[in-house]
Design a protein around this ligand. Sequence first.
Ligand SMILES: C[S@@+](CC[C@H](N)C(=O)[O-])C[C@H]1O[C@@H](n2cnc3c(N)ncnc32)[C@H](O)[C@@H]1O
Length: 264
Amino acid sequence: MRFKELIFPLRVEEEEIVEKFYEEGFFNFAIEEDEKGKRVLKIYLREGEPLPDFLKDWEIVDEKITTPKDWIVELEPFEIVEGVFVDPTEKINRRDAIVIKLSPGVAFGTGLHPTTRMSVFFLKKYLKEGNTVLDVGCGTGILAIAAKKLGASQVVAVDVDEQAVEVAEENVRKNDVDVLVKWSDLLSEVEGTFDIVVSNILAEIHVKLLEDVNRVTHRDSMLILSGIVDKKEDMVKRKASEHGWNVLERKQEREWVTLVMKRS
Ligand SMILES: C[S@@+](CC[C@H](N)C(=O)[O-])C[C@H]1O[C@@H](n2cnc3c(N)ncnc32)[C@H](O)[C@@H]1O
């Protein structure tokens, strides 16, 4: 999938940008340093997709057609964590491993990003046969499909992006697994309680998720929160602790942190 990449100088605080994108329901963006060490905002638009309103007056420093690097799906299957393979070719057939067939789609979640890999790592480590799992911000559905193949009894996957919901549904069909995929803004459409809630979004969004997560969990549930930039880890931990959650384990790759939490 090709996107139009637009680059803007970063004029406001990163938190403010994330908040604005969140309000507009726009998630295909990155904040990076350019070659001179200046912070820039990169956004990715699908064909025909309009520019988010608040960026209309911003100066564009560069524009090109691209495939964002974290979304490129390898043509070869790869082992995301030990014993779990992601197979975009749909050709591998192994009885000794878990294989997730994954179509290249427009949604985030190819398995190449460290935040996805760490989420699968913790699902593999903590998921027990028969657990119920909720995947919030499912993207391609990779975590939900992994959870089901790791032995979950019931899996619900939600995303606020309609196209992600479609891609996840297609991947669920390809893998022939029983996963319910639905549109939901965080937990707005979620009912019931789950043994594990896994979510790979952003620190700011986890803070919102934590406001409501006790409604869909029980005293022994586990939370796996990924996509947290290290400098925002404390913000997430503080909010989690206000709602009774303590960190059981953490893992970090580059600046990305994943937290596993249980209630005290
Ligand atoms: C970083 S991707 C994660 C995809 C996949 N779960 C993975 O781990 O690779 C984050 C996903 O969260 C979704 N998202 C962002 N805000 C959301 C919200 N408020 N409610 C539900 N999904 C949301 C985005 O649309 C995107 O698909």
